[in-house]
Design a protein around this ligand. Structure first.
Ligand SMILES: *Cc1c(COP(=O)(O)O)cnc(C)c1O
Length: 352
């Protein structure tokens, strides 16, 4: 037994961007926040600074809350957008549907998720129209929210034009817009536009802005552009066990990644590695790329026996979406890591 540390522990992997550690900017800020005492529950200077930096980033006077993880951020944000008899429209592959153990329904006291189809992980505006108009009677949960994931679960990104079309449809049907931005930084880096252009400018009422996957140890920010919807939101956080008493450690990490620009640099690095990985894999006969790589994930159909042998070599990756291997790049993935896995895949494919 190796004391729990696998022989591949020092090797980078492609399972998820939350396998990576914290980036130096976030870690350093936490160390600074650790000096001395500070008021608890968000009444500290770090929390004030982090909120201010997020307002600067989005160029608007938004309401900001900090929670530990993305499931809570999504569930609590969604609960604040609807009543228990409402429906939330999301893509059938949405994290809120597939990976949150019913938390959105639980925290909203029974709201129903209504699943929409759409190519490449994006909700199709027509699917929204169908879901809203197929019933108008009292026996069907009234659609009230549109939840979008940016970047999507399959590594694609909604463009500004696509978001505008969705905004138009949402407005037509009186839907509020929630954005699951667990990988929002990757989407900003990919789209090459400012954060406001992907959010409040296209009608997003609330964004769950992911910190964990972009280089924090933990922590997500809930950003209300529609400030009225944030009414009494702090109580939701507290009741859900998401009000950090030592809030400064959550907030300081945001200060660290925002002031240094690491939030975007980290995203650019991850995206760059994913694009490189995609182009290398496209050169290997017998593999199929499932969706165009637009952010930091590459989905590739690899023959099953090759997948097993890759895992035996120590590589880690998931196959839970679409049957292919999901190869996820993180802030600390390097070009050398990409070349290493490509080399192993190539060799295994040649041996077939
Ligand atoms: C990772 C992720 C989340 C957050 O998950 P937690 O494990 O609860 O932090 C939310 N949405 C998407 C799309 C994700 O990939």
């Amino acid at each position: 037994m190796g004391g729990g540390i696998s022989s591949t522990a020092d090797r980078h992997q492609f399972a998820s961007d939350n396998y990576a550690g914290a980036c130096p900017e976030a870690w350093q800020a936490m160390a600074e926040a650790n000096r001395g005492h500070a008021p608890a529950y968000g009444d500290d200077d770090w929390t004030t600074r982090a909120s201010g930096l997020l307002r600067d980033l989005f160029e608007v006077d938004c309401e900001v809350f900090f929670v530990f993880n993305g499931t809570a951020a999504n569930a609590l944000a969604l609960a604040s957008l609807c009543q228990s008899y409402h429906g939330i429209i999301c893509h059938e592959l949405a994290h809120v549907e597939t990976d949150e153990c019913g938390a959105p329904e639980f925290f909203s006291n029974g709201t129903k998720l209504l699943l929409a189809h759409g190519e490449a992980g994006r909700v199709n505006p027509d699917a929204i129209h169908q879901l809203v108009t197929k019933r108008s009677d009292i026996h069907y949960p009234k659609p009230r929210v549109l939840s979008l994931t940016q970047a999507t679960e399959v590594g694609t990104v909604y463009s500004v034009a696509q978001l505008e079309a969705l905004q138009e449809m949402a407005q037509r049907h009186g839907l509020r817009i929630h954005m699951d931005g667990a990988r929002f930084s990757n989407a900003v880096a990919a789209a090459g536009v400012t954060p406001k252009e992907l959010t409040w400018k296209v009608g997003v009422d609330v964004l769950c802005f992911g910190g964990t996957k972009i280089g924090m140890a933990f922590g997500e920010a809930i950003v209300f552009f529609n400030r009225e919807l944030a009414h009494e939101f702090a109580y939701r956080c507290k009741q859900a066990g998401q009000l950090a008493s030592k809030m400064r450690f959550l907030a300081a990490q945001w200060v660290g990644i925002l002031e240094s620009g690491a939030w975007l640099r980290n995203a650019e690095q991850a995206n760059r590695c994913a694009l490189l990985l995609e182009s290398r894999l496209r050169e290997i006969p017998g593999l199929e790329i499932l969706w165009d790589c637009e952010a930091n994930a590459v989905f590739v159909m690899i023959p099953e026996e090759i997948r097993d042998r890759l895992r035996a070599k120590g590589w880690r990756f998931y196959t839970f979406i679409g049957g292919g291997a999901r190869l996820m790049c993180s802030w600390d993935t390097t070009e050398a890591d990409v070349e290493a896995i490509v080399q192993d895949i190539k060799e295994l494919m040649n041996q077939r």
